[in-house]
Design a protein around this ligand. Structure first.
Ligand code: HEM
Length: 123
């Protein structure tokens, strides 16, 4: 899920070094760079059939928490919360599913993705 629909779609960096390049594109020293980690998570060279949600994929290392020295400091807490919350939710509501005929609505945000509404049925 973190790969498929990263809550944080983009992070920024300032190019401190000279002579940086990415995909043959020169990055001027001092410029701001927007890194589309949500798109990188769906790179077809990295993940076959990237737009398919497949919980059984192996070797998934999403960039959803960033990378390097500033990788999300809360990433282990966030993973632990999910590992606790989702099994409990599905144990409590084993028939949990999307409400038929109703569309979820997304929050109107560029950087932080999420749902404004997510209609479900629980029985
Ligand atoms: C699913 C949940 C979360 C996601 C997707 C997420 C994602 C991210 C991302 C993409 C960054 C930027 C990393 C970078 O620039 O390389 C970040 C930074 C950060 N996150 Fe999270 N985060 C989550 C939960 C949390 C939680 C639970 C905490 C704290 C309890 C937290 C605290 C921080 C802090 C303090 C930073 C700044 C780290 C730094 O600049 O050195 N995050 N997060």
């Amino acid at each position: 899920m973190l790969r498929y629909d990263a809550p944080v779609q983009a992070i920024t960096r300032v190019a401190r070094a000279a002579n940086l390049a990415a995909a043959s594109q020169h990055i001027p020293q001092g410029s701001q760079v927007i890194l589309l980690i949500g798109a990188a998570n769906r790179d077809p060279d990295r993940y076959p059939d990237p737009d398919r949600l497949d919980p059984t994929r192996s070797d998934i290392r999403p960039l959803s928490f960033g990378a390097g020295p500033h990788i999300c400091i809360g990433n282990t807490l966030a993973r632990l919360e999910a590992a606790v919350a989702f099994p409990r939710l599905l144990t409590r509501f084993p028939a949990l599913s999307a409400a038929p005929g109703e569309q979820p609505t997304r929050r109107n945000r560029l950087m932080l993705r999420g749902y404004e509404t997510l209609p479900v049925i629980v029985t």
